[in-house]
Unconditional design. Sequence first.
Length: 232
Amino acid sequence: MNYVFPPAPQASVAIQGSNDRLPVRRIFCVGRNYAEHAREMGKDPDRDPPFFFTKPADAVVESGETVAYPPETENFHYEAELVVVIGTGGKNISEADSLDHVWGYAVGNDLTRRDLQLKAREQGRPWDFGKAFDRSAVIGPVFPAAEIGHPDAGTIQLTVNGEVKQRADLADLIWSVPEIVSILSHSMTLAPGDLIMTGTPAGVGQLQVGDVCVVSVDGLGAIETKIGPRES
């Protein structure tokens, strides 16, 4: 097959303890999946059905990289996340079978242009400009579930310049990983390489040029991102 221009390189993330890479197909994100974060965003934390938004696969950034302060925002935020990596595809997956489809887990940071997100929300428009911009998905090395199991408790924490900004327990997720995988699979067919960012705890806030942001999850290590000068 000939292409009229070269296809984009395959987006991928690292695998802990391996030189192999894990190809990224799609990135799904769960909105407001910790009660205290829902409250700080001005929403009722009742257990309404979860909702999802997406980021493009090529938004992936690895730990240790510098991310330029993005254009068109004055309110650039961090969001600590547990990331679920799908290894076996499927649709209409039962909650009981969901974890059989999970290849592994990683630490993530859902970078957000909050002012653009909130403006879109107020206008009833999609969140793409606030969430799906370039280099907005920091994803750490993936830990295979075959080696670490399926974490359903443990501390998730984010610091900025050494100061704790977010700290919670994975057990505080409103919708658990098995529930999220099952619900998503009833809307569309999941496939290997799909990533799911499972939501962020309370304490989201601004990042400034020069800040160093570190996210950690018990058993999954930590990822680090430095914020570089604003893009022109």
